[in-house]
Design a protein around this ligand. Structure first.
Ligand code: SAM
Length: 293
């Protein structure tokens, strides 16, 4: 099966009279080495069903289709759909779906195409919605083995950060609760057409069988985390008390005391384990778990 040469992307798109849409975060990969690196790192094999988010014109989809049992490619831009059908015509294991990934029931896709067994997500993500895509995949508890994605370099770094870094935040904690993150490649703007204004990185998130911390109520813990980082300049006690989620300042102070932490500590200084502990102490004493759904 002949693959089209990624370096010929511009000529091929010209033939189809395709114009890039900035609003969809369209930066197509043209570097064969990076495409192979992403697919190698995803460790996709014949037993795997892959969800590719934003296949573009199908460059990486071809590489995935050669190795995977099945590829589900979800593309929002309807102008790309006929191009995808043309380019991927030789592969009978690719399903092309014209949808917005954020509106799609991925659990249903997983049931339909993989009998509910865990998927592997592999993608060169549209940068404007990287965080909602990742958070959506994790928080919805879609069965997943791993996520191997190309994202903005700063976002990849944020996923790996711990307390003490200015980039540490709700995304770092969410990713580290569900998966082990590892940056496996840096990708310069020259590897794309059109070139993005920022550097990029490939990050691999391998899902834990069991989260690394014990929490009585995961949703509640993430509410605390989000509220803490929304007001990261305030002390944790003030930030949570002002967040409008039904927490009293004195309850936070008391909980921090029990944990051996200063009452003036900021949320950005807490580890995932400490957020889990704080959530476990505070959860039974109030009802924020239901107020902010
Ligand atoms: N995978 C291709 C590649 O590597 O050359 C294209 C990657 S490009 C960075 C992101 C792709 O995601 C574009 O094709 C874009 O149209 C698509 N996209 C943007 N928003 C989307 C959404 N909400 N749902 C599905 N696809 C989306």
């Amino acid at each position: 099966m002949a693959k089209f040469v990624p370096a010929n992307t511009a000529q091929i798109l010209k033939k189809y009279d395709f114009t890039f849409q900035k609003k969809f975060g369209q930066n197509f990969l043209t570097d064969t080495g990076i495409l192979e690196k992403i697919v190698d790192e995803s460790e996709v094999g014949a037993d795997d069903c892959v969800l590719e988010i934003g296949p573009g014109m199908g460059t990486m989809t071809q590489y995935l289709a050669e190795r995977a049992g099945k590829v589900i490619a979800v593309e929002i831009d309807k102008k790309l759909i006929p191009i995808l059908h043309d380019i991927l015509a030789d592969y009978d294991n690719v399903e092309i779906i014209n949808e917005d990934i954020l509106k799609l029931d991925i659990d249903e896709l997983c049931d339909r195409y993989n009998n509910g067994r865990p998927l592997k997500v592999v993608a060169n993500l549209p940068y404007y919605i990287t965080t909602p895509i990742i958070m959506g995949l994790f928080e919805s508890h879609v069965p997943l083995k791993s996520i191997t994605i190309l994202v903005q370099k700063e976002v990849a770094e944020r996923m790996q950060q711990g307390p003490g870094s200015k980039d540490y935040g709700a995304l770092s904690l969410a990713v580290q609760y569900y998966a082990k993150p590892e940056i496996v490649a840096h990708v310069p703007p020259e590897c794309f057409i059109p070139r993005p204004n920022v550097g990029s990185a490939v990050i691999k998130l391998v899902r834990y069988d069991k989260p690394p911390v014990d929490t009585k109520d995961e949703k509640y813990m993430f509410k605390l985390i989000r509220a803490s980082f929304n007001q990261r300049r305030k002390t944790l006690a003030n930030g949570l008390a002002n967040a409008g989620i039904g927490i009293k300042r004195e309850d936070v102070t008391e909980a921090l005391g029990k944990m051996g932490l200063s009452e003036t500590i900021r949320g950005e200084a807490l580890t995932l384990e400490q957020f889990a502990m704080l959530g476990n102490i505070l959860a039974p004493n109030n009802d924020i778990g239901d107020k902010n759904e």
